[in-house]
Design a protein around this ligand. Structure first.
Ligand SMILES: *Cc1c(COP(=O)(O)O)cnc(C)c1O
Length: 383
């Protein structure tokens, strides 16, 4: 970070604790400088313990974890994969790596995640068009908010479509008191630098199926057949996490509860201190019995109360050296996916048009929060 930036408030910077360096130090001391070693085993055990999943495979990115997850579910050339449209491009890129086509589904307004009504419409329409049944359902829990899992899992069950949960943003979130990432056949987390916990870059795949976990490990290590010479009968990948980075992950996992608590406090703080502004709406609501990790606090501008746009707010915050970001641009609007089929679309398009992510890093101080809130007030006051 450049020194003149000391004053800048970032959207979601890394927030390290006191133990990460000990694990890294030990790895170097013991010469476990490889994509295997005790930190990896320990990190995987920590993730299993926190999520209740029976198996975890640490990988070098969330994107790699999604890619392997799709392969484990049998996705290949010519297949169709149902996918949330309102998400980061990393959700859908692995569908393309696999030679499959994403079928984008709109959001519902309560959680901003996949709409069960459009999901059913999509499946029935694909079948009516004579397509092969969708091979998998890639469900995102955006900004840490649990999707309407009961409804979506019921539909997936009815049509016998396996679910891959993209919980990259949702480590520490729960639905029915159960951690996200453990509802589908496979769940995926990201430890990228901007996520609630970070290894600088990293990911993990969780599953309760021992065979799938073993297959993921095999594919992530170049698919080496059991032989002393290098023998291969499947295409593999080099997707394993470094034992050094897993050391950062072990230190970070000790802090998960604390980080979730802090992000939720930040969300509540913004809500309390900006509640009097009719131009702002705080959304979405957690479904009953569920808990979001509130990875990022998001707000919507209410056009009946202001003509100020999210981009104007963002630019105003920038003049105060505060980083804010638009919500994810729906994937069905991306040039990359202009030919992909889509169902619905207006809900996530509206969210994209009206929404903004506010700085939400767990190391933020009260003074930082006051600075952001003050700048937001100035921006929507310029009306
Ligand atoms: C960050 C993210 C990913 C990808 O994770 P990486 O570790 O950056 O590869 C996938 N999906 C969503 C929704 C994300 O936010």
């Amino acid at each position: 970070m450049r020194s003149q930036d000391h004053d800048r408030i970032f959207l979601s910077p890394p927030h390290l604790g006191r133990h990460e360096l000990n694990y890294v130090h030990k790895a170097i001391e013991d010469n476990w400088v490889a994509p295997t070693g005790p930190n990896i085993t320990g990190f995987e055990a920590d993730i299993c313990q926190h999520t209740g999943a029976s198996h975890c495979v640490a990988l070098n990115s969330g994107t790699a974890a999604i890619h392997l997850g799709l392969i484990l579910l049998g996705v290949g050339t010519g297949d169709e994969v149902l996918c949330s449209s309102f998400t980061f491009v990393a959700t859908a890129n692995p569908i393309v790596y696999s030679g499959a086509t994403p079928i984008f589904i709109d959001s519902e307004p309560q959680t901003w995640n996949m709409c069960p009504v459009h999901l059913r419409e999509a499946i029935e329409d694909r079948l009516r068009l004579g397509k092969k049944p969708p091979k998998a359902l890639l469900l995102v829990h955006l900004y840490g908010m649990p999707a309407q899992l009961r409804e979506i899992l019921a539909i997936a069950d009815e049509f016998n479509i396996p679910v891959l949960e993209d919980a990259a943003e949702a480590l520490g979130s729960c639905y029915d008191k159960r951690p996200l990432g453990t509802f589908g056949a496979v769940g995926v987390f990201s430890f990228n630098g901007n996520k609630i916990l970070t290894t600088s870059g990293g990911g993990a795949l969780v599953t309760n199926n021992a065979d799938l976990a073993q297959q993921a490990r095999f594919l992530a290590t170049q698919a080496k057949d059991p032989a002393p010479h290098y023998q291969h009968s499947a295409t593999g990948y080099n997707y394993r996490l470094s034992n050094i980075l897993a050391g950062i992950g072990r230190g970070q996992m000790e802090l998960l509860d604390d980080r979730v608590k802090k992000r939720r406090e930040i969300y509540a703080w913004y809500q309390r201190h900006l509640a009097d502004l009719p131009a702002l709406q705080f959304a979405p609501q957690e479904p009953a019995g569920s808990r979001s990790n509130r990875w990022l606090t998001t707000v919507l501008l209410n056009p009946t109360h202001t003509s100020v746009t999210p981009e104007q707010v963002r630019l105003h915050l920038e003049t105060r050296n505060i980083e804010a970001r638009p919500l994810w641009k729906p994937l069905h609007l991306q040039p990359l996916f202009q030919n992909a089929p889509q169902y619905g679309g207006s809900v996530c398009e509206d969210l994209f048009d009206r929404g903004l992510c506010l700085p939400s890093g767990s190391a933020m101080t009260d003074e930082d929060l006051r600075r952001v809130a003050g700048a937001v007030r100035e921006a929507v006051g310029i009306d």
